[in-house]
Every structure is written in C-alpha cells, then in structure tokens.
Write a protein that binds this ligand. Structure first.
Ligand code: SF4
Length: 333
C-alpha cells in the first residue's frame, strides 16, 4: 500500500464528512493513521466528485474519505454480476474504490476519483438488509471493492460475518484477491458466508492486477479458509484472452486444484471479461497504457466484451476445464 517516493504516502490525508465523526468506526479508522492530516468536509462528494480529477494520478497517493451513506444502502444485482443460482441477489457498497489497481477495473470508469470512501454507518446498511429478509437473500458485500484486503484498517468483513451469523435468511459473499484470511482467522466459520477468491494466472496478475498477491498466495489463503471450515468459492473471473490464454488458464486451474480439494470447495465460477460500455469508453479516454483495455471488444448496448463467437469459445473452454474437477451443479459460468 506504499506510494512512490516522489508523492505523499497513501492515506496521508483523511477527509471526514460532517456527522461521520460521531461513529465509532471513524474513531477506529483514524487510530490506524495517527499521522494523517484530518480535514473536515461538508459532504464526501465535495471531494470525491470534484471535476477534472485524474484517477491514475490519484492512485499513486490515495486519500481516505469517511462518510455517512444516507441512501442506496442496497442495490439489486447488476447485469454484469453472477447471481450463482440465487433469485434474490443484491449487493452493497460500504467502500468506494479499492486498494488494488487492476488495469481492467471498471471503477476507473465509474468514479472520477481514485480516493477511497468508507461509509462508517454500518448499522444503517444492516437495517436495509433486514428490511428485505422476509425471503432468502444472497448479498455480495465486496462487489465494487476488496474488503478483505482492507480488513486491517476497517473490519467490515468481521462485522458482516457476525451479522450473517444471526440472520437465517441471509447468505453473503465476500469476494477478494487478497491473501488476508489471517485478519478473520480468529472468527468461527459461518455457514452463511462464502469467501470467494478470484484466481488468475500469474501472467494476468503480473500484467493487469497491480498490487494484488500472486496466485499461490491467494490459493494458500483459500486453503487455510477451507481447512478452518469456511465455505470457499474459486472464481476464474475475468478470463482474459492473453496470448496462449488456454495454456495459462489450464495451468491456473490445475494449480488451484492441486492445492485445493475440489470436493471441499463450495463451488466455482468463471466469467469472460465484460464491462459497462460507457465505463470502458471513459477509461480509454484517460489511458492508453494497457492493452487489456484496447482489445477489439464489441460494444453491444450497455456492455462491452469479446465478440459473441469468441466469448462462447472461452466459456466452453472454461466449462470443459472446470468440469474435469467438479460436477456441473457446482460450476457457475
Ligand atoms: S480487485 Fe477488483 S475492485 Fe479492486 S482494483 Fe481489482 S478489479 Fe477493481
């Protein structure tokens, strides 16, 4: 999480929205950065939504913004996400942006700023979920971010795990590329929580997933979670058509199943690279330094992805690969 020498370190400044100072989470986060300069602001959007910001410049020295979210505490599952067989699929965003900086990340197109916003009013997020829990719900809590990677700063995964433990109608998914299972290792495993690790070939990690742990560390973290009794999902998503992609994804899947017992995995998912078309157009205007953004994708309505024939070929390939290890009922593509 360190920044290059020529710029200020990450989180050198912390902006605090009016009212956010009253929450215990704010106090706890501030205690992690005793030397940070604190700046009071009226509304988090005064900082986060300023015009003319440069996402990648800000990534070199991210700031924190602590705020209170007053609306949109729960979203219907997006068309770009997988519902994993759940009819009632939702996601929420307690954190905007991510400590990592994947070249293909749609957050660069979604937000003008790379600074990280943490909403400190967890109880309001819990209440929004409780209101909808008359029927079983699946909730992705680390959908637009990587909560586990930031767990040492703000223990949101722990809070949600304890919340899920007492909500019989709730399943939560915590998706991550981090190796930070140790931050929740002391918690008793919870049947209503799925820890989902994104598994990528090292070629993809090195080229496109800046700042993330290598595959072997993600696998080691997932294995530890399985051994401790957690439900673990392995996600091969996004599959990216790099040179010799079949070879790299075959090796990646093999490596995962050499270390993880397929029978002990909750399930696996795979998905080919896709992005909201407007976000991709916006990102392309901002940067030309990553070829993953400039593949000849097809823009079809809201979505940008590989041409249909290629997408189907990639899906079929991943399916046949994963079916070697798991029954079709445990593979979501
Ligand atoms: S880990 Fe996910 S949310 Fe974070 S930068 Fe990468 S793609 Fe974006």
């Amino acid at each position: 999480m360190s920044a290059p020498d020529s710029v200020l370190p990450n989180f050198s400044h912390i902006y605090i929205e009016e009212g956010a100072e009253r929450y215990s989470l704010t106090e706890s986060i501030l205690s992690k950065f005793p030397n940070a300069i604190r700046i009071a602001v009226h509304h988090y959007k005064d900082i986060f939504n300023r015009p003319q910001q440069n996402f990648q410049s800000q990534k070199r020295s991210m700031k924190l913004i602590l705020a209170v979210k007053k609306d949109h505490l729960l979203y219907d599952g997006s068309e770009f996400s997988q519902s994993m067989g759940h009819d009632n699929f939702y996601y929420n965003s307690m954190m905007l942006n991510c400590v990592y900086n994947c070249d293909y990340c749609y957050l660069q197109g979604m937000y003008g700023s790379a600074n990280m916003v943490i909403f400190v009013n967890s109880d309001d997020f819990f209440s929004a979920v409780v209101e909808k829990l008359q029927k079983p719900m699946c909730l992705a809590i680390s959908y637009d971010t990587d909560l586990l990677a930031f767990e040492n700063v703000v223990p949101l995964c722990s809070q949600w795990i304890e919340f899920a433990r007492i909500q019989p109608n709730l399943i939560i998914e915590i998706r991550t590329k981090s190796a930070n299972f140790k931050s929740i290792r002391s918690l008793a495993p919870c049947d209503r929580v799925i820890l989902a690790w994104t598994m990528s070939p090292d070629e993809v990690v090195e080229r496109y997933e800046k700042g993330t742990p290598p595959l072997k560390r993600r696998i080691a973290a997932a294995k530890e979670a399985v051994d401790c009794g957690w439900k673990v999902r392995a996600c091969f998503d996004p599959v990216i058509r790099i040179d010799h992609w079949e070879k790299h994804y075959t090796q990646c899947v093999q490596t995962v199943f050499e270390k993880l017992d397929a029978e002990k995995l909750h399930d696996v998912s795979a998905g080919v690279f896709r992005m909201n078309a407007d976000y991709l157009r916006k990102i392309r205007k901002q940067r030309n330094d990553s070829d993953v953004l400039y593949h000849s994708y097809v823009f079809d309505g809201n979505a940008a992805s590989y041409p249909d024939v290629i997408r189907m070929e990639m899906h079929a390939f991943m399916k046949s690969l994963l079916f070697q290890y798991l029954p079709s009922t445990k593979v979501f593509i």
